[in-house]
Design a binder for this molecule. Structure first.
Ligand code: SAH
Length: 275
């Protein structure tokens, strides 16, 4: 809380000053669905789901990853060490097609097929920091996409649950997370509007697609003192990244963090208007 106001000001300033890549970079608009080249093969695995501090054994793009964290993330004010370490550890290039790998550490979102995008690294780090995660926290992600954000979360806590509505992406992400050693991340295909009741309640919820309203089931599945970060707004509107907090008494407080652009939340959210 303390740092956040400062952070918001810094962010707004950053948005104004840094222009292009930052503004257009927020998770990006939908990409045209060109066929994706095959995924790269033959990676070594890392220690599975060991929580904070696990580092990639992939050995590639290490310098690019360090530079990404220093120049795009720390420079913009993210300072939670768990988050910075996680961003240094996860091999982002493994979460995009081979054709995109050279761009994997650039300051922008990238297409992941099916018209969806992997968010800009800074946004992934910022949203993760906002959740104030500690090892052992139970976190739910809506919008698995490539699995990158889930892997970042898995570097911090071993209780990560993630839901993806598009079957092909859900299957690919699940295989990829296994292959890279993130074996404790639980994935499922479905409409994240309804959360994941079986494992609720959650200490934190992160939504990576923009909905017109905050899905009430997600609010119900948040623990008292839990945090949710969610982009709210229509596809053609300026969306707002919101922090939603539940007090120890169960009251819900929302706070607008910054303007963003995410791909749309599909499924039930499009028919409902909130409760
Ligand atoms: N977090 C992802 C990128 C998110 S892109 C990553 O790190 O790669 C947003 C994702 O949300 C897309 O894959 C989209 O299919 C998914 N999505 C949209 N609506 C959804 C819903 N109702 N339930 C679950 N996933 C949804």
């Amino acid at each position: 809380m303390i740092k956040r106001n400062q952070c918001i000001i810094t962010l707004v300033a950053a948005v104004l000053l840094l222009s292009g890549p930052l503004v257009s970079g927020f998770c990006g608009g939908a990409q045209s669905g060109q066929p994706a080249p095959p995924e790269s093969e033959g990676s070594e695995t890392r220690d599975a789901g060991s929580g904070a501090g696990g580092s990639s054994s992939l050995g590639e793009y290490v310098d690019e990853r360090q530079a990404m964290v220093a120049q795009q993330i720390e420079a913009r004010g993210v300072e939670d060490n768990n988050v910075l370490e996680a961003m240094r550890a996860v091999p982002r290039h493994e979460f995009v097609s081979t054709a995109q790998q050279g761009q994997a550490y650039s300051d922008k979102p990238l297409p992941i097929g099916q018209g969806q995008t992997i968010s800009q690294p800074y946004i992934v780090a910022y949203m993760t920091e906002i959740l104030q995660l500690e090892a052992g926290d139970k976190v739910l992600e809506i919008g698995t996409g490539s699995g990158y954000q889930a892997a970042v979360l898995a570097e911090i806590t071993n209780q990560v649950y993630t839901i993806e509505i598009i079957e092909e992406l859900a299957t690919q992400a699940s295989e990829r997370l296994q292959r890279l050693g993130y074996t404790e991340v639980r994935t499922t295909q479905g409409d994240g509007y309804y959360g994941w009741q079986e494992y609720a309640p959650f200490d934190a919820i992160i939504v990576t697609a923009a909905a017109g309203h905050i899905p009430p089931p997600l609010l119900r599945q948040l623990k008292p003192e839990g945090r949710m970060v969610i982009p709210v707004g229509g596809v053609y509107e300026v969306q707002s990244l919101m922090l939603v907090r539940k007090t120890s008494g169960g009251e819900v407080r929302t706070e607008r963090l910054m303007p963003v652009r995410f791909v749309p939340f599909r499924g039930a959210a499009q028919q409902k208007s909130g409760e």
